[in-house]
Write a protein that binds this ligand. Structure first.
Ligand code: ADP
Ligand code: MG
Length: 711
């Protein structure tokens, strides 16, 4: 049967439907997927050494003749042991396998074999346990030992050897069918290998240099494919007409004077940038980065005020109900002053104002848990324009929500949303301005390329007077010390968060859970205090209630999961205790730490961890000392790599498989520049040479079409 690149892997010889399932779990569905399933690392076996040169402890490749094949059952452990003694002119070595008796059939006396594995001394003999091996005289075309050999993250049920074999067969057969994504001029300008050479050398490198070149070429390609949609989107947007809001500084300043605090320098700067964007007739697309607690909400509130005073509506989208509630209350509070302290000049006289003498801003809270009737009413009031600002969760992008004249979209904690959700919301207005906020700051160059379609503003400092949050590390046995600390704080009138990585006990993980500890705390350890429990599996109304109780000071201690991670702002909470702290990413820890230190009292972050690995210790140790969210994000990004760091949440974007934006910044920049050039000359990707790129974009990026739609 003739197979295309898009043919399902199950039709390959020796695979079939059952094995295809295990491939699929590794993300390999088609022949093409397999070609682009890159090795995790390599082993250099190109140097075969004589047996007497083997140093125990090293991973080595050796060659020998089979002298003896023996086996025994190690009764005590019920294991079957296969021992094969091989030798060359210098020495002997024993290869040992456990529970693979069938292997013995390979090792006929006198046969020559290559072995690869870690050498060791056992009972004064040189031995290698479970080496990979290769028959030398087999006369087969497939000799994998004497080379730089790839190692893959394996689909279940495969050995490195077996998987490699399949990759090799598929490569040999299908490489001629692979089309170029990168046009010739780009390849020649950047001295990039062609795709066939690249695929061959990424899987089975002919030399280290070629492996590096293959890696460079394939990384470039990935960056390039990743950048095209972003660039397209940015260019398309430039053509769109947006709303040119009238900025009334006197009114805004009067409002700002009613606040309980003064804006920081950074807040003023970003506000200027936002006002400028909003005043233009192009739609704003701005990403506002700022550390936890840097005061992004008030900036968004001011932008909302600009939109509303121009007679437009605002949609304010946040990732959780709790946060929606909190923002609703916060904004209501901010705007309370409006009616009696500020004369909303434009409200009374401005022509842009369509609402006559309205002097109050109507806010609505729209979440999944409000009643049907109430929702209906809100939908209606959004449609008629009675409601000025809608604050809510995903509920805001539901189908029934139709705005009269949506002028501004604010998305808080953007890392929790995907691009497609952003687009859905955009379509609810006619080219509304968009302000996206994130507390997971990433380096600017990286941000520019990852969010290549956005402009970026930055809040650099925290409001003055914030106390440094003291971070303390406890190991499990010192835990009660941490509890004593909590007690003391509660007795002083403060409140405490205690976070667990899981909700319930699990059989596979030996971790304390929020539920179990809640019971223990409320019945024993902290029974004299009021303890609450908060996690994602509790009903939304109950979550809300618990959060309200905590905010109103009616709970002393809140036991929770990372549901707390975003946005929660309770100034009287001074202790954030995180159990199994090593289970969390650094940025996540930082977000949680940012939940305290919001009021006048000294605040603390207590990390409890029994992580023994040096790596975990170093990570937590670094976290204890570092307070700057940017540095922490950078470190986290380095440690976990962009894939894990950004997670599936960026599901709208092409996932990078091989390229790393952190270590290949230059390549990313070059790829972006080429993407811009290509899109400028062929925005619809109609050129014959761009057809493979087009196909790849549609294939790898199911939301490509959506991405291009800019309302
Ligand atoms: P984040 O950037 O993490 O979203 P918030 O907007 O929730 O931070 O602000 C954190 C707290 O700081 C809030 O209670 C807010 O009212 C307060 N705040 C914001 N700006 C200032 C400022 N310039 N001075 C003092 N407090 C401020
Ligand atoms: Mg916030």
């Amino acid at each position: 049967m003739f197979s295309h690149l898009t043919t399902s892997i199950q039709y390959l010889k020796g695979i079939g439907p059952k094995r295809a399932k295990s491939f699929e779990k590794s993300g390999i569905k088609t022949i093409e997927d397999l070609l682009f399933y890159f090795p995790r690392c390599y082993e250099d076996r190109s140097e075969v050494i004589p047996l007497d040169k083997v140093i125990p402890g090293n991973v080595v490749t050796v060659e020998g003749e089979v002298f003896r094949v023996g086996g025994r059952r190690a009764m005590r452990r019920g294991m079957d042991v296969l021992e094969v003694v091989l030798g060359d002119d210098t020495k002997q070595v024993t290869a040992v396998w456990f529970n693979q008796p069938y292997l013995r059939h390979y090792f006929l006396l006198g046969k020559k074999v290559l072995l690869h594995g870690k050498a060791e001394i056992y009972k004064e003999r040189l031995q290698i346990v479970s080496p990979e091996f290769e028959m030398i005289d087999e006369g087969e075309e497939f000799q994998e030992v004497d080379k730089i050999v790839p190692r893959y993250t394996l689909p279940q049920g495969y050995s490195q050897r077996g998987f490699r074999k399949i990759v090799k067969i598929v490569l040999d057969k299908h490489i001629p069918q692979v089309e170029e994504v990168l046009p010739f001029n780009i390849r020649s300008k950047h001295r990039l290998l062609n795709i066939a050479q690249s695929l061959l050398n990424i899987h089975f490198p002919q030399s280290h240099d070629l492996r590096k070149e293959a890696f460079r070429r394939l990384s470039f390609e990935e960056f390039f494919i990743y950048q095209v949609p972003l660039v397209l989107r940015k260019l398309k947007r430039k053509e769109k007409a947006g709303i040119a809001f009238k900025i009334e500084d006197a009114f805004l300043d009067a409002f700002i004077r009613t606040l309980a605090f003064e804006l920081t320098f950074s807040q003023k700067m970003v506000l200027t940038e936002i006002k400028h964007d909003m005043s233009l007739s192009k739609p704003m697309q701005r990403l506002l980065q700022g550390d936890v607690g840097s005061g992004k909400t008030i900036v968004a509130t001011l932008a909302s005020l600009v939109a509303v005073s121009n007679g437009f509506q605002v949609a304010f989208m946040v990732p959780t109900e709790i946060l929606a509630n909190q923002h609703f209350e916060k904004l209501s509070e901010f705007f309370k002053m409006l009616s009696h302290k500020v004369t909303p000049h434009s409200f009374a006289t401005g022509q842009a104002m369509s609402k006559g003498h309205k002097s109050k801003i109507e806010l609505a809270l729209l979440t999944g848990s409000i009643t049907k009737e109430k929702r209906k009413k809100i939908y209606k009031e959004i449609a008629t324009g009675e409601i000025d600002i809608v604050i809510g969760t995903h509920a805001v992008i539901q189908e029934g929500v139709n705005f009269k004249n949506l002028g501004l979209i604010v998305i808080d904690e953007q890392h929790k949303f995907g691009v497609s959700q952003r687009t859905l919301l955009t379509k609810k207005g006619i080219s509304p301005d968009i302000l996206i906020m994130t507390a997971t700051p990433i380096p600017r160059t990286l941000a520019m390329t990852l969010y290549g379609d956005l402009d970026i503003s930055l809040i650099r400092e925290l409001p003055p007077g914030r106390k440094k949050i003291e971070t303390l590390l406890y190991n499990l046995s010192e835990r009660s010390g941490a509890y004593d600390f909590v007690k003391k704080q509660v007795l002083e009138g403060r409140q405490v968060y205690i976070v667990y990585p899981i909700i319930e006990e699990s059989e596979t993980l030996e971790l304390s859970s929020a539920k179990k500890m809640f019971k223990e705390f409320s019945e024993e350890i902290f029974k004299e205090f009021k303890v609450g429990l908060l996690h994602g599996r509790v009903k939304k109304e109950e979550q809300e209630l618990t959060m309200r109780l905590f905010r109103d000071g009616k709970l002393d201690i809140l036991v929770a999961t990372t549901i707390l991670e975003v946005g929660i702002d309770v100034p009287n909470a001074t202790v954030m205790m995180i159990e199994h702290a090593d289970r969390f990413g650094l940025s996540q820890l930082h977000q949680m730490r940012g939940r305290v230190g919001r009021g006048a009292h000294a605040s603390f972050c207590l990390l409890v961890s029994d992580a023994e690995t040096e790596e975990a210790q170093a990570r937590l140790g670094a976290f204890v000392k570092e307070t700057d969210g940017f540095k922490i994000a950078e470190e986290d990004l380095k440690l976990r790599g962009p894939g894990e760091f950004f997670g599936d949440r960026q599901h709208g974007l092409v996932q990078l498989k091989i390229a790393n934006p952190l270590t290949q910044m230059h390549l990313l920049k070059a790829a972006r520049e080429e993407a811009i050039k290509l899109i400028e000359t062929d925005p619809k990707l109609l050129d014959r040479n761009h057809q493979e790129l087009r196909r790849q974009l549609y294939m790898r990026f199911p939301e490509f079409e959506k991405f291009l739609e800019v309302a």
